[in-house]
Design a protein around this ligand. Sequence first.
Ligand SMILES: Nc1ncnc2c1ncn2[C@@H]1O[C@H](COP(=O)(O)OP(=O)(O)OP(=O)(O)O)[C@@H](O)[C@H]1O
Ligand SMILES: [Mg+2]
Length: 293
Amino acid sequence: MDDLDGAVLAARGLRYEYDGGACALDGLDLTVRAGLRHALVGANGAGKTTLFLHLNGTLRPRSGTVFVDGRPGDYTRAGLSAWRQVVGLVFQNPDDQLFAGSVAQDVSFGPFNLGLSTGETRARVTAALEALEISHLGERPTHMLSFGQKKRVSIAGAVAMRPRVLIIDEPLSGLDPRGADQFLGVLRDLHASGTTVVIATHDMALAYEWADRVSIVKEGRILASGAPDDVMTDAAMLEDCGLRRPWVLDLDAALRTAGLLPEGRGPLRSRDEVIAAVAALRRGSAAAVESRR
Ligand SMILES: Nc1ncnc2c1ncn2[C@@H]1O[C@H](COP(=O)(O)OP(=O)(O)OP(=O)(O)O)[C@@H](O)[C@H]1O
Ligand SMILES: [Mg+2]
């Protein structure tokens, strides 16, 4: 077996087809290293959700192996329970995650079933609801919430479990801009506290700015994995996968072509870096005008 050192999760040669369906995973290999922020990008139907369902043991591959901390996944009842304490999964659609009951009941279900004391469970639920700014919804039935509110509840439920690896399928879909910012703040805190975070997203700019490592999924396989600058710059390859280069890199290329970015400056990564670079340009041209006087 190849090197699984430092891999909290790994998939080797995963194959899966749904009953009566086409091949969803076609010999997929993936390594998730502990403590990293890892983003999966890929077109609709590429296999991201199917892969995630394998990474917490919900689906079992027809062939191939999922490794948790270097050991093959254990699909017994006790094994799956232990697996899900290590790996938390937030579903793409919150309706697949939430069950009837109030928001507070839903979020407390996982921690309570870990065997935590009532006090510890309550503390975790309170903290998770606060982090997602949904404390005021605690007593509401989950089916009487908007889509984005449900999404926040499902994320809070996973956060309250404090898994070592948190996998989130399409985290920002359905969140309003403020919800998205809060959520990114939650991810920052989780990462700072040592949680490995894996997301699937169609937001290329988010993957580029946020991730330490990006994997490109195409037709049930990983086409490329690496640092964002290594795998997200090839516009033709991304196009071929039904993806697009992050807008910030298109802007970076246009500014360089126009000679407006200093030689040797690394690529622009984020909206804030673009704003700072444009402000520096203005300062630079003001200084040039001044020196010509
Ligand atoms: N429940 C299902 N039954 C049958 N086929 C399915 C099922 N779920 C997914 N598939 C098929 O498996 C393949 C992979 O789907 P998957 O949902 O993993 O893709 P995805 O990358 O998550 O796509 P998206 O970006 O749309 O969420 C697709 O061809 C899809 O049609
Ligand atoms: Mg999906």
